[in-house]
Design a protein around this ligand. Structure first.
Ligand code: SF4
Length: 396
C-alpha cells in the first residue's frame, strides 16, 4: 500500500489533527505570547513532519481496509512513547522492540497485517515478512528512500558509503543492511570526532586499527578492510542528523582527500550528497532563529530515542542558551526538571532550571514525532510552575 491509497478523510483522521492543542494552534499563528512574567515563543516550523503524518494516516487506512485481521507493528511506528502507546490502544501489537510479544514473529502467517515503520527496516526483515506471506503495509518515508537510492549508486560506482548517523538507529540499520545486501561496504560516523578519526586515517596519521577503535561497535561490517575499502568514499546522512555537523563532516573528509591526493584524487574518489530531510532541516533552521531572537530558556520536547529531537536539542548550545530535551509535562517540577543529557545520553535532573522571579522568555520546539498535544501540555505546565496558570487561562 502506498500514499495513493489514502483518501482525503483518512489523511486527516490520524495525522497531527488527532493530537492538536489549542495553545499550540494559537502560538503557531502568533509566534509569541505574553503570559504574566513569561514570554512563550514557538519557531515558525516544529513538530510532526509530513512523513509522520503520512505513516499515521497509512495505519488508519490499513485498519479500515483490513478489519478484524491481526495487525502488527514491526517496531515503533515513530520514536514517541505516547504515539506508540496509542497504537497499542487501537489493538495493534508489536513484533520487535520493548513491547514485543514473545514468539509472535514465528507464528506470523497470511492472515496477519504487518506495518513497516517510517524509518524502514532491514532487507532481511522485509524478506522474512514476504516469505511468511503476510500483508505488508510499508510506511517508509520517501525521504528515507533518498539515501537508500544514493548508496546503491555509490555501490555501482565502487564507492564505500560513509553514513553520518547513529549505529543501531532504525533508519541507519536499514541503510546498512541495504549496502550489505548489494555487496557494498559502509562506515557509520556518529559525529565530528569520529569523522576526524577517519580523516586522520585517510591522511596517513593513524593506522586502520586505531581508526576503527575510535568508532562505535558495528560501525563497519565484519569484513571491512580500511586499506581496501577506503580508496573511494561517498557520503550520505541519516535523514535526521544535525545539518551543520553533517556539513562540517563533509568538509573535513573532503580536506583529507585533498591532502591525500590533491584535486584530481578528490574529484575521482570523493562524493558528497546531502540526504538530511526537509522537515529536519526546516525544524533546525527555525529553532536556530527563535533561539537567536533572545531567549533565556529553550525546551525541546520529544522522545528520548528520537534522533531529530536529540539534534534539535543541540541547537541552543551554539547560542549559549540553557536547553533541555524533555519527553513531556511529567518531566517538569517546580524546583527541578528531568531531561536527557545531550553529551552522555543519560537521563538527569537539573535544579533551578526556571528563574524563580522576574521576566523569562522561553522558546519551545518539538521533534518531528512529537504530537502538538504533548507540546501544549508542556507549555501549560511551565506556566503552572512559573505561577502564571491563571493568566494563561485568560489569554487562551
Ligand atoms: S523526519 Fe524526515 S525522514 Fe523522518 S519521517 Fe519525517 S519527513 Fe520523513
Amino acid at each position: 500500500m502506498d500514499a495513493k491509497h489514502l483518501d482525503q478523510d483518512g489523511y486527516g483522521e490520524a495525522s497531527r489533527y488527532t493530537y492538536r492543542n489549542e495553545l499550540v494552534d494559537q502560538l503557531r499563528q502568533m509566534g509569541s505570547l505574553e503570559v504574566g512574567r513569561l514570554t512563550l515563543r514557538l519557531p515558525r516550523e516544529f513538530g510532526f513532519c509530513w512523513g509522520v503524518d503520512r505513516a499515521l494516516a497509512m495505519v488508519e487506512e490499513a485498519r479500515r481496509r483490513f478489519p478484524g485481521r491481526p495487525m502488527w507493528l514491526l517496531n515503533s511506528i515513530i520514536h514517541n512513547p505516547k504515539v506508540n502507546a496509542d497504537m497499542g490502544k487501537l489493538g495493534i501489537r508489536f513484533l520487535k522492540g520493548p513491547k514485543a510479544e514473545a514468539g509472535a514473529l514465528d507464528s506470523l502467517g497470511p492472515q496477519d497485517v504487518v506495518i513497516v515503520p517510517a524509518f524502514s527496516a532491514e532487507v532481511e526483515e522485509i524478506q522474512f515478512l514476504k516469505d511468511r506471506g503476510v500483508e505488508v503495509v510499508d510506511t517508509t518515508c520517501p525521504w528515507v528512500i533518498k539515501p537508500h537510492k544514493r548508496t546503491q549508486k555509490y555501490i555501482r560506482e565502487g564507492f564505500t558509503t560513509i553514513i553520518h548517523g547513529t549505529v543501531g538507529h532504525d533508519e541507519t540499520r536499514s541503510t546498512c543492511s541495504l549496502v550489505r545486501h548489494h555487496g557494498g561496504q559502509f562506515v557509520v560516523v556518529h559525529d565530528l570526532q569520529e569523522a576526524e578519526a577517519l580523516a586522520l586515517y585517510l591522511e596517513g596519521e593513524i593506522d586502520g586499527d586505531r581508526f576503527q577503535n575510535r568508532l562505535h561497535d558495528c560501525a563497519t561490517p565484519e569484513d571491512f578492510v580500511p586499506e581496501r575499502d577506503l580508496q573511494k568514499i561517498g557520503l550520505i546522512n541519516q535523514t535526521t542528523m544535525l545539518a551543520s555537523e553533517s556539513r562540517a563532516i563533509a568538509d573535513r573528509l573532503r580536506l583529507a582527500f585533498q591532502r591525500r591526493g590533491g584535486e584530481a584524487a578528490l574529484e575521482k574518489n570523493f562524493r558528497d550528497f546531502d540526504t538530511i530531510c526537509r522537515a529536519t532541516q526546516d525544524n533546525q533552521d527555525a529553532a536556530t532563529e527563535v533561539v537567536a531572537g533572545g531567549v533565556q530558556l529553550f525546551l525541546v520536547v520529544g522522545g528520548y530515542d528520537s534522533s531529530n529531537t536529540r539534534n534539535l536539542a543541540r541547537v541552543g548550545d551554539a547560542q549559549g542558551v540553557a536547553s533541555f530535551h524533555i519527553e513531556g509535562p511529567e518531566c517538569i517540577h517546580p524546583g527541578w526538571i528531568q531531561h536527557r543529557d545531550r553529551d552522555s545520553g543519560e537521563i538527569l535532573t537539573a535544579e533551578n532550571w526556571l528563574p524563580a522571579e522576574g521576566r523569562v522568555t522561553v522558546a519551545f520546539t518539538a521533534g518531528a514525532s512529537t504530537p502538538d498535544a504533548i507540546l501544549g501540555r508542556v507549555m501549560e505546565r511551565v506556566a503552572e510552575v512559573a505561577g502564571c496558570s491563571e493568566t494563561l487561562a485568560k489569554e487562551t
